[in-house]
Design a protein around this ligand. Structure first.
Ligand SMILES: Nc1ncnc2c1ncn2[C@@H]1O[C@H](COP(=O)(O)OP(=O)(O)OP(=O)(O)O)[C@@H](O)[C@H]1O
Ligand SMILES: [Mg+2]
Length: 360
């Protein structure tokens, strides 16, 4: 997708702003607190229903205003124009997609594929397993139509089982929901494994460019319970006492994890922050390429303050890789990094919540 127009109202320091981005690289420059990241947050809200810095109700709406508004127009892979509008008051919201009211924010998000790299993205590598599950599930939601339904079935079974555990319900109902949970888990696991299998060649390609010294790459997927030789149904039964005392289900695909291993890096060796960021970028760029292969177009890439903690060599390599994906990119930074000079880039200057368009 290529965003051709973005209108913003009442988001943080931005009262009203409009942006007509280039189809490739866009850079938002300006002083600290100018409102650069806010523009990326607005795009993130359309893609995820929330900002990468929190929910709409957590301070995104401009002070003393009732709601924020975002309007976006883009071209899809078939060069068709699509339009989305969102008015969000923190709790209540209204959205339209191509003129039709949207019933669930998820329907808007499904049409609006944006991938984000932000100052906390190293957590994809060094944070809890939740970040890595989110990465997998985002990819699957967008490339595998049936995944959302399968995931919802699992989430529903989990909720039911947890409710029974809280009630200390030891009747046959717990057996029924154990069975349903195990049944629902199987396709989720299968899709996650096959997604990582499909992603691996892209991860290898990108890591050869960004982290050549690390060597060959492989992945390890942890299904979400200790002894994976055992079926989830058996593991649930074995874990029942513990789950009853916890009051929730402690094992299953909602606890899954995955890790990348490199032939030239021992498993015990920790990554530096810059390495973790580069590795997170490797994952996002590989995901964008894989996405493009399956969907016919890459997602829009948002990179907030990407140059901090990456050295010049790695910045240059990341920019080369971004160009190779052919994605539309929105980056922010106090000033244009030296590695970007001489590249085809549209620079917008942001100042006190106003976006100044470049002169052509
Ligand atoms: N709810 C709000 N209402 C009004 N202004 C807000 C609100 N929330 C944040 N701000 C202001 O908006 C600005 C936040 O902008 P943003 O985080 O986009 O800046 P930035 O240009 O990315 O800065 P940096 O270079 O530090 O990353 C700050 O000046 C902040 O004080
Ligand atoms: Mg910022």
């Amino acid at each position: 997708m290529r965003i051709v127009r973005l209108d913003l109202h009442n988001i943080r320091a931005i009262r009203v702003a409009q942006l007509q981005p280039a189809s490739n690289l866009n850079f938002l420059s300006g002083e600290n607190g100018a409102g650069k990241s806010t523009v990326l947050e607005a795009l993130h809200i359309l893609g995820y229903g929330r900002s990468f810095r929190g929910r709409v109700r957590d301070g995104l709406i401009r002070e003393s205003m009732p709601a924020l508004q975002i309007f976006c127009e883009w071209q899809d892979a078939n060069n068709q124009t699509q339009k989305a509008g969102l008015k969000h008051a923190g709790g209540d919201w209204q959205a339209k997609l191509n003129g039709e009211e949207v019933g669930q924010l998820g329907d808007l998000c499904a049409a609006f594929a944006v991938s984000v790299f932000e100052p906390n993205s190293h957590l994809l590598v060094s944070g809890s397993s939740e970040y890595r599950r989110r990465f997998l599930d985002w990819g699957l939601f967008h490339v595998e139509q049936s995944y959302l339904v399968l995931w919802r079935r699992y989430a529903r079974a989990l909720k039911q089982r947890n409710a029974l555990l809280k009630q200390k319900n030891l009747g046959g109902l717990l057996d029924t929901w154990d069975f349903e949970l195990a049944e629902a888990a199987a396709p989720v696991l299968w899709y996650r494994r096959s997604y990582l299998d499909g992603l691996l060649p892209y991860l290898q390609q990108v890591s050869e460019q960004l982290l050549p010294a690390f060597g060959d790459l492989s992945f390890e997927l942890f299904a979400g319970w200790k002894n994976e030789q055992m079926t989830l149904a058996d593991a649930l039964l074995l874990n029942r006492e513990r789950d009853l005392s916890l009051g929730y289900t402690g094992i299953g695909p909602h606890r899954a994890d995955w890790k990348l291993h490199f032939s030239n890096k021992s498993k015990a060796e920790a990554y530096s922050r810059g390495q973790a960021k580069t590795l997170a970028l490797t994952c996002l760029l590989a995901q964008a390429r894989h996405f493009q292969q399956l969907r016919g177009e890459p997602p829009v890439m948002l990179l907030d303050d990407f140059s901090s903690e990456l050295d010049g060599k790695h910045r240059g390599r990341v920019l080369d890789e971004l160009e190779a994906t052919g994605a539309q990119v929105f980056m922010t930074g106090v000033e244009l990094p030296a590695e970007m000079q001489g590249r085809e880039v549209r620079v917008f200057h942001v100042e006190h919540g106003q976006i100044h368009a470049p002169e052509f």
